[in-house]
Design a protein around this ligand. Structure first.
Ligand SMILES: [Zn+2]
Length: 130
């Protein structure tokens, strides 16, 4: 499936900017990235795109399930092309995320969900350092 079809499949109009980013991001490999790293890649290919446009597109991709946003404390938002349920190691020396298969983690005890809320999933972030 080419990127235009991928966008049409989720009812996103294949605009020039979305196609540019989708080509960069949705190449079938699992990867984690920030809007800033994507901008650098686009610039190094001799094209230009504003950070605001990148955030707009990435947020749209998240809302239709093409990407996942990893919730993190701090300034940086990391996006993930692996949209299936999984966990992460966070390398604190480099900021790199490494996928963990959900089968590799089990829970024996979880707290009750506060009244009026429902669980939206459990994601584990294991911090590692050298
Ligand atoms: Zn991941």
């Amino acid at each position: 499936m080419n990127v235009v079809e991928k966008l049409r499949n989720v009812n996103l109009r294949p605009t020039k900017q979305r196609i540019l980013l989708a080509k960069q991001i949705l190449d079938g490999k699992n990867k984690h990235f920030t809007a800033e790293t994507i901008q650098k890649e686009v610039l190094s290919n001799g094209q230009s795109i504003s950070l605001a446009t990148i955030y707009n597109c990435l947020n749209k991709f998240v809302s239709v399930g093409l990407l996942k946003q990893i919730d993190q404390q701090g300034e940086v938002t990391i996006f993930d092309t692996n949209v299936s349920h999984h966990h992460h190691f966070l390398n604190q020396n480099t900021g790199e995320l490494i996928d963990i298969d959900p089968d590799e983690i089990g829970f024996s005890k979880l707290p009750d969900i506060p009244n009026g809320f429902e669980s939206d999933g459990v994601e584990v972030l294991i911090k590692i350092k050298e």
